[in-house]
Design a protein around this ligand. Structure first.
Ligand SMILES: [Zn+2]
Length: 327
């Protein structure tokens, strides 16, 4: 028998495969936390095909500690430069938040230098917040730079994107909010990220935005997310992928929307948690114009950014000015 023969079991498996793209036809998504620097062009393509029209890339830890200020400078520059350009080549509007991540706040000598250059970046076009900042190990140094950056955000009138710790999450989340209030921040300007069932109620009760990261295999799977929206409703809740260099799924937002459709969550509620709430929260920066979500679709991959393109030798550019989805 030929090895390409499809078995009965294969056929059944194929029928059970979630046709998530069918469930979300025509829907639009805004992923407010995804580290595209760590992802490939395949990811951009797949996100665009699934209906992701805009995203926010928070500044974060790259997996290996930086040893000098220049690598921070270049990284921030790439978030507002090259990565934004790369995203545009797939028809997705790219925004970012700029900040010193909690992990690297523990290198105080370097953190001091980072604080000095942050004001050069947070006022740039397309920077929709200060982030992701907050606690990792909940050290004194982390607290110090978290507080300094809250002041920076307040002064700039920018939203804050808070990374809550994965260890001792409940206490770290409460403490993050306490400190934000202590500095006089309006909870409506603060997006508390990486929530779970233990933290969500307090975050919503205190008037903050509650963001949820859908992680494959661990923590918040999208089954649990559907239950949370069923329990708490769609107000001030948003879903993100936080996809990065680790095991993660850049399609987490559209896939979660599909599961919500399948589980009978109302379309208007889904729209809020996968698009509108993130837009409303970060548009407070004054840096988001939804008209750009459409104009960025006028893709011309022959464009260049400082002489560089997303194309490799011999590839034909995709010039697809009129279509909403890249085919
Ligand atoms: Zn992140």
């Amino acid at each position: 028998m030929c090895c390409h023969q499809i078995s009965e079991e294969d056929l059944q498996n194929r029928e059970r495969m979630p046709l998530y793209m069918d469930l979300i036809q025509g829907m639009q998504f805004f992923d407010p936390h995804v580290h595209m620097t760590s992802r490939t062009t395949d990811d951009y393509q797949a996100m665009a095909d699934a209906g992701v029209v805009a995203l926010i890339e928070p500044a974060f830890w790259l997996g290996q500690p930086r040893t000098g200020i220049d690598t921070f400078r270049d990284y921030y520059s790439s978030l507002i430069g090259w990565e934004r350009f790369r995203s545009s080549q797939f028809g997705i509007k790219h925004y970012c938040t700029i900040g010193l991540n909690s992990r690297e706040a523990n290198n105080e000598a370097l953190a001091e230098q980072v604080m000095e250059i942050l004001p050069l970046f947070i006022y740039k076009e397309g920077v929709v917040g200060v982030g992701e900042i907050g606690f990792d190990d909940q050290t004194a140094a982390e607290e110090k730079y978290y507080r300094l950056q809250l002041e920076l955000a307040k002064e700039a009138g920018l939203p804050v994107q808070i990374h809550t710790p994965h260890r001792d999450k409940k206490r770290g989340t409460t403490r993050s909010m306490d400190i934000a209030l202590e500095h006089g921040l309006d909870p409506a300007m603060v997006i508390v990220d990486h929530n779970n069932e233990e933290t969500v109620k307090e975050v919503l009760d205190r008037g903050f935005w509650a963001a949820f990261t859908i992680y494959p295999f661990t923590k918040m799977g999208n089954e649990r997310m559907v239950e949370l929206v069923r329990q708490y409703g769609p107000e001030r809740i948003m879903v993100n992928s936080a996809a990065d260099w680790g095991i993660s799924d850049p399609l987490a937002v559209p896939k979660t929307a599909a599961l919500m459709v399948q589980r009978g969550i109302a379309k208007e509620d889904i729209h809020k948690v996968v698009y509108q709430n993130a837009l409303d929260a970060f548009a407070q920066s004054g840096q988001i114009d939804v008209a750009d979500f459409t104009t960025v679709k006028a893709i011309d991959q022959s464009q260049r950014f400082e002489g560089n393109t997303v194309l490799r030798g011999g590839q034909a550019p995709r010039v697809d000015k009129d279509s909403v989805f890249i085919r």
